[in-house]
Design a protein around this ligand. Structure first.
Ligand SMILES: Nc1ncnc2c1ncn2[C@@H]1O[C@H](COP(=O)(O)OP(=O)(O)O)[C@@H](O)[C@H]1O
Ligand SMILES: [Mg+2]
Length: 266
């Protein structure tokens, strides 16, 4: 199917109200296929809430998200099947499972067997299990965790857990991968390796939508950036256009001053 407009993800007038607060306020933007698109803004701007709306964790008050021409509806697992995958700001994984098993849980959208079935040696899906293992090991190789496949996930270093999360998110075979602050808490070496990994995913044809605080990271990785502040879109463009936008500069400076005032150091 070919689409006239060149977008993989289309966000239309997305809005959510939490009691009095409009956390996401009539936001519209588009993500072009094969690009890395950044969603940035000061703390509390509504970035994670935007992700939660797109991935179906919370219902919007109004507006919608369209993936490859089809409106995203229903619970998260349905959206995963439609080609959407995400990671979380706070790492979510099965600490007690092995690294490989964690990646295999990401494949459930693809496989016919349920996760317990996949993981049990008694499953009716031995062939599928073997194929899943092979695929999991390929993904682990890709993210640089092949040597850790049999380790307990909870024993990995922080940076490695972040990479495992990405492998698991990619395991569902998404069209669009959404990453919420993937570099948070990483040291400079881990961050550099992450940039490399994400660029390799892009080279493989994956489209990325990412939220990130590290400006250097965002600017070096993104093709286009959408900026939110207090739930509203205030700017959009190339990294350079956004960096030079007076509204963006003001939003970030304003947030910094507010933080200092809160800390009592201003
Ligand atoms: N479930 C919720 N109920 C009420 N308020 C929420 C909820 N989730 C987020 N918020 C509020 O919405 C605003 C945006 O939050 P969030 O999307 O997490 O910001 P960001 O990810 O940009 O830092 C914040 O003011 C936050 O407190
Ligand atoms: Mg957030």
């Amino acid at each position: 199917m070919t689409s006239m407009s060149n977008n993989l993800l289309k966000i239309e007038d997305l809005t959510v109200r939490f009691h009095g607060l409009v956390a996401v306020d009539h936001v519209s933007f588009q993500v072009e296929p094969g690009t890395v698109h950044g969603l940035i803004g000061p703390n509390g701007a509504g970035k994670t809430t935007c992700f939660n709306l797109i991935s179906g964790l919370i219902p919007p008050t109004s507006g919608r998200a369209i993936l490859a021409g089809a409106p995203l509806v229903g619970p998260s697992w349905k959206r995963t099947r439609a080609g959407l995958s995400r990671t979380f700001q706070n790492i979510r994984m099965f600490q007690e499972m092995t690294v490989r098993e964690n990646v295999m849980t990401g494949m459930q959208a693809r496989l016919h067997a349920s996760v317990p079935e996949i993981l049990s040696r008694l499953g009716r899906f031995r062939k599928e299990e073997t194929a899943a293992k092979v695929r999991a090991d390929e993904l682990l190789e890709f993210v640089g965790l092949a040597a850790s496949a049999d380790r307990r996930a909870g024993d990995l270093s922080y940076g490695d857990q972040r990479r495992l999360e990405i492998a698991r998110a990619v395991a569902s075979g998404p069209k669009l991968l959404m990453l919420d602050e993937p570099a948070a808490g990483m040291n400079p070496t881990e961050t550099r390796e992450l940039v490399e990994l994400l660029l390799r995913l892009k080279q493989d044809g994956l489209t990325l939508l990412l939220v990130e605080h590290d400006m250097h990271f965002v600017m070096s990785l993104c093709d286009r950036i959408t900026v939110l502040n207090f739930g509203r879109k205030i700017a959009e463009g190339t990294p350079r256009e956004v960096r030079e936008n007076p509204d963006v500069i003001e939003a970030y400076l304003g947030a910094k001053v507010a933080e200092r005032l809160k800390g009592g150091t201003a």
